[in-house]
Design a protein around this ligand. Structure first.
Ligand code: ATP
Length: 431
């Protein structure tokens, strides 16, 4: 039988969780009791509750019984959309109020071969906790009936949280699922924890064992992306470099000292007024560009395809890496470019790309020119539009684009100012 910590976390939950989340967990428990099903809060939210840090991701619930049936029932009670995956015994509730709530049937997993997807079968909570990655993520809190708040801590997760340790649950954990290497390093970086000795050794052994391939790149890519999305991924990236773990993704990725300085500039840039005055950008894509800075475009393209990243991410990375040398060289030229020339050089490049260029360089002049484009120039538009050209008697067609871009250039370079002058310009040249 599994050890049930006598600790009851209901007081802590009431104090630490937002009131609406606490009420939701009470409701889930009450509905579980009505259905005669033990239900548990599991994973990251239990960990973060004990750490007293905010948890801004999904709520994970495990049900001893049919998780999909219970999810549908709960979805009706909470009036939210349910998407279920009966084959896996999992379902997700999409709630306007609470965001994503994941429900799963408690299950056991077996790995038939290293790095393969596991085979699963329904079971009790103890087995469900056994299949998890680290002791700190393998705790559950019971939600139904009188047991509300009761902590299930089979692997000493609480102690490891106090000691600041990442501990795997069994010897072959990383061989079975190499994505756990990235997870270990991500949590280590996030919480400034250390790897327990055996866990560190298991990671190193696994890396040397599987270096030659055999890793599920799409899943590793997912974890890499989550790592790059951490508030400050520098520590974790440095650690991945030291362990040689990035080579599991691609031997050409680098996060050595030069990249680390770039990461630092990215972090600093994102805390700056320039970034705060622009629309949101995907910071993970910029970190990725820095990681891939030594790769050739073809090589990067191939890697991104295997990692199956979303299209906008791929486009931004390829654009950044493909234009880096040309754009930075032009921006570092001594003579001050005309604003219209600056706009022509940079228009069409994504925000991620422009921020990447800023992080690539230590040349103040390049940064100043990019900043001027971002904050002052890129939104400049002439006072005239297509309607005005039409009124002047010009036939709609590609000519409109040419005229409007000439008007914009004139405005940017201070040669035109206001609608009257623009109309005079068009009349003089085109009518
Ligand atoms: P975060 O705060 O980054 O969201 P999390 O712990 O909630 O962290 P998730 O990826 O949402 O992370 O996973 C939820 C839980 O599922 C984990 O806490 C862990 O128990 C389990 N888990 C996730 N990925 C794995 C894995 N690769 N192997 C074993 N267990 C895993």
């Amino acid at each position: 039988m599994m050890t049930v910590d006598k600790k009851n976390l209901s007081g802590l939950m009431r104090r630490e969780l937002p009131a609406k989340v606490y009420r939701l967990l009470k409701t889930v428990g009450a509905e579980g009791k009505k259905s005669g099903l033990p239900v548990y809060l599991v994973g990251g939210m239990v960990r973060d509750l004990l750490l007293k840090v905010e948890h801004d991701f999904d709520i994970d619930i495990v049900v001893e019984g049919n998780g999909v049936t219970f999810a549908k029932y709960l979805g009706e009670r909470l009036s939210c959309k349910v998407v279920s995956h009966s084959r896996f015994g999992t379902a997700t509730l999409f709630s306007q109020e609470f965001g994503r709530i994941d429900l799963a049937t408690a299950r056991e997993e077996y790995y038939s071969s290293p790095a393969a997807l596991p085979q699963v079968s329904p079971s009790g909570i103890e087995y469900d906790l056994n299949r998890r990655d680290f002791s700190i993520n393998s705790m559950a809190v019971r939600l139904d009936g009188k047991g509300f708040g009761c902590l299930y801590d089979h692997f000493g997760g609480q102690g490891d949280l106090k000691a600041g340790i990442i501990r795997s649950l069994y010897e072959n954990s990383f061989v079975d699922d190499p994505t756990r290497i990235f997870r270990a390093i991500r949590f280590q970086g996030r919480f400034a924890f250390r790897l327990e000795r055996a866990t560190g050794r298991q990671i190193r052994n696994t890396i040397s064992l599987i270096k030659q391939g055999l890793v599920p790149l799409a899943r590793i890519g997912d974890e890499l992306l989550r790592l790059l999305s951490e508030d400050d991924p520098r520590r974790a990236l440095g650690r991945l470099h030291a362990l040689g773990a990035l080579e599991l993704v691609d031997a050409a990725l680098c996060s050595g000292p030069v990249s680390q300085r770039m990461f630092g500039r990215i972090i600093k840039l994102f805390a700056s007024r320039t970034v705060s005055r622009c629309e949101p950008a995907d910071r993970a894509a910029i970190f990725f560009m820095a990681l891939a800075r030594r790769m050739k475009t073809r090589q990067t393209e191939k890697l991104l395809a295997s990692l199956r990243y979303r299209k906008t991410f791929v486009r931004a990375v390829l654009q950044g890496r493909g234009n880096e040398l040309k754009v930075i060289k032009k921006l570092s030229a001594g003579r001050e470019p005309r604003p219209s020339a600056l706009v022509r050089l940079l228009d069409g490049l994504s925000l991620e790309c422009l921020f990447y260029f800023m992080a690539c360089t230590t040349d103040k002049q390049v940064v100043r020119r990019l900043t001027s484009y971002l904050l002052d120039l890129r939104d400049v538009k002439p006072a005239c539009n297509g309607g005005d050209l039409n009124k002047l008697g010009l036939k709609p067609g590609p000519l409109y684009d040419r005229i409007l871009s000439e008007l914009r250039d004139g405005l940017l370079d201070g040669k035109l100012g206001g609608k009257k002058q623009e109309i005079e310009y068009v009349t003089e040249r085109y009518l």
